[in-house]
Design a protein around this ligand. Structure first.
Ligand code: FAD
Length: 283
């Protein structure tokens, strides 16, 4: 079902984000994890596209395998970085054959090991416009409750978000965040800017300190001090941190649902344990 229809008909959605692993063994592991997550009957799952284009073949193989093995719908991501019109056209042909109806259109992050790289599309709004002209897919875009790391300020970032919506964006999937008040404030600013599309909350269960530090530095995401202190106190105890992450995200998700959030989108990091526990706690 297209996102535009889904968010018209359903009050709240559950979706999972996964990434295409780089070995066959890890792919098989992912499919096992997906069997666990499929029990929660997600409205769809989304499949990232790694900047660099190096894993294009792997991404297609994983997409095919997920289609064959599972009933849920899949929203692939496409990026401007390391891409061009020819590549997007080829990808669209492949996706149309698979019966895809939704795409998450992103600028993408520049890969560390390559000279860059945005040729035909410089910002996500240009990609959204191109995709809308070429297909009748629903197109999702990214939003940043604490502002995108490169933007001057949140207001400027929301002006750029509006360009993506004006180009045809149907739904906004946010960057992960840990402070719901920041999400609610962002929602208010987005609505005040005249944007009426659904805003889906990005949730990342905390797995360990290293992963948390990496994600938050790369993505301009703040961690509530109390939570950070607890994690740092137990930095060597991975089980404690994982369970704390489940407890924190469960409370966070309950609050989001109580405040009429359109949907929860879990950044699963290809693991089912924490997301399954959180969903068991809240549903
Ligand atoms: P844009 O919307 O193009 O914004 C990038 C920056 O430029 C912002 O600071 C914005 O304010 C500014 N800007 C935007 N438009 C204009 C304009 N027209 N003129 C001037 N300035 C402008 N990355 C991947 O590589 N692969 C993935 O699969 C992936 N999945 C993601 C999923 C989600 C839910 C999220 C939130 C992010 C994901 N990312 C992914 C990361 C994303 O690619 C990066 O955050 C990237 O730096 C920005 O992408 P964007 O689409 O938001 O860019």
């Amino acid at each position: 079902m297209k996102l535009s229809e889904l968010y018209n008909t359903k009050k709240r959605t559950i979706s999972f984000e996964v990434f295409p692993p780089d070995t066959d063994e890890k792919c098989e592991k992912l499919y096992l994890e997906m069997i666990e997550l499929a029990k929660f009957k997600p409205d769809f799952i989304s499949l990232t596209y790694g900047a660099g284009g190096k894993n294009d073949v792997q991404a297609k193989e994983v997409l095919n395998a997920l289609h064959e093995r599972f009933e849920f719908e899949i929203m692939p991501h496409l990026t401007c970085v390391c891409s061009n019109k020819k590549f997007i056209d080829e990808s669209l042909n492949f996706l149309k054959q698979l019966g895809t109806e939704n795409i998450l259109a992103l600028r993408g992050d520049k890969p560390n090991d390559s000279e860059i790289t945005c040729t035909d599309f410089h910002y996500a709004n240009e990609l959204v416009e191109y995709l809308k002209a070429k297909t009748n897919f629903s197109i999702a875009v990214a939003g940043y409750p604490e502002g995108h790391i490169e933007s001057k300020n949140i207001e400027d970032d929301i002006k750029n978000l509006k360009k993506k919506i004006n180009a045809g964006g149907d739904a906004i999937f946010t960057q992960l965040f840990f402070d719901n008040d920041k999400f609610y404030k962002y929602k208010e600013l987005v609505i005040n800017a005249g944007i009426t599309k659904p805003i889906i909350a990005g949730i990342m269960p905390i797995l360990n300190l290293k992963q948390l530090q990496k994600m938050t530095t790369l993505a301009n995401v703040s961690i509530p001090k109390k939570l950070l202190n607890k994690i740092e106190e137990h930095s060597e105890d991975s089980n404690y941190i994982k369970e704390l992450g489940i407890e924190f995200a469960s409370v966070q998700c309950e609050d989001l649902l109580a405040n009429e959030t359109n949907g929860l989108h879990f950044f699963t990091l290809n693991k089912s344990y924490s997301t399954s526990k959180i969903l068991t706690n809240i549903l």
